[in-house]
Design a protein around this ligand. Structure first.
Ligand code: ATP
Length: 235
């Protein structure tokens, strides 16, 4: 079953279109990587899906419902989670407090999340500001998971991590479908991200240049030459 269906999506921050007519599908329980060159519109696409792009047109349906008329808040209420590029945690609050302040959080839900993220459980009284980049990202993921989203959009989840933490981060993302969460990842580390994905798509100038099964894309010579390059391979 498709959880996200996008057709003819256009939009941008001003009168100039950054997205030029995007068609994209994500099936329930799958991980999809959105890769592409710098400035191709990957983060802009994530913002359009969650309802944070100032201007957009076309159709986006989420779990069969047309969400284009809905605000970002209403889309979150339907089961979309979003972790932006800069992990949004409150540095002055403890890990526990960071989870408690999310709307709809309960003691039981926090205990469930501490089971999923034992490292956060151990450090629950520590200030989020004193966490490492990888720990802070776990907390950002846990916060986004509090309301039990059906789809998580992750914008460059490994961008702020030290290279030795990148594999841990992808391992964590790979577990999300087993928690009932489908995933759309915007990633520069395209090869590593495709390696944990079911499907992939490559954006170029606000359009889908290539898309398909993740393994097929990884083996595609054109994709490798034009888009996956050495950047992805070297990490
Ligand atoms: N807040 C903004 N206001 C105006 N223009 C923006 C804004 N954010 C991004 N843009 C422009 O939109 C285009 C696409 O940017 P976007 O961040 O979506 O690209 P990207 O594919 O995610 O790139 P990268 O891999 O470098 O992060 C760029 O030309 C960028 O300058």
């Amino acid at each position: 079953m498709s959880i996200l269906t996008i057709r003819g999506l256009r939009g941008g921050y001003s009168e100039v279109d950054i997205l030029n007519g995007i068609d994209l599908d994500l099936d329930d329980g799958e991980i999809l990587t959105v890769a592409g060159t710098n400035g191709a519109g990957k983060s802009t696409l994530a913002k359009a899906i969650v309802g944070l792009l100032p201007r957009s047109s076309g159709t986006i349906s989420f779990m069969g419902k047309d969400i284009m008329p809905l605000s970002a808040e209403a889309r979150m209420g339907l089961g979309m989670g979003y972790v932006p590029q800069v992990a949004n945690v409150f540095a002055n609050l403890s890990i526990l407090e960071n989870l408690q302040v999310v709307a709809g959080s309960s003691r039981q839900r926090i205990d469930e999340l501490f089971e999923t993220f034992p490292l956060l459980a151990e450090r629950r009284r520590m200030r989020a500001g004193s966490l490492s980049g990888g720990e802070r990202q776990q907390l950002a993921f846990a916060r986004a998971l509090v309301p039990k989203p059906r789809l998580m959009l992750l914008d460059e989840p490994t961008a702020a991590l030290s290279p030795n933490k990148v594999a841990d981060s992808f391992a964590l993302i790979r577990r999300l479908p087993s928690l009932g969460v489908s995933v759309l990842i915007v990633e520069q580390r395209a090869r590593q991200s495709l390696a944990i994905s079911n499907r992939g798509c490559i954006l170029d100038s606000g359009l889908v240049a290539l898309e398909g099964d993740a393994k097929t894309l990884l083996a595609d010579e054109k994709a490798a030459e034009l888009y996956l390059g050495n950047i992805g391979a070297s990490h």
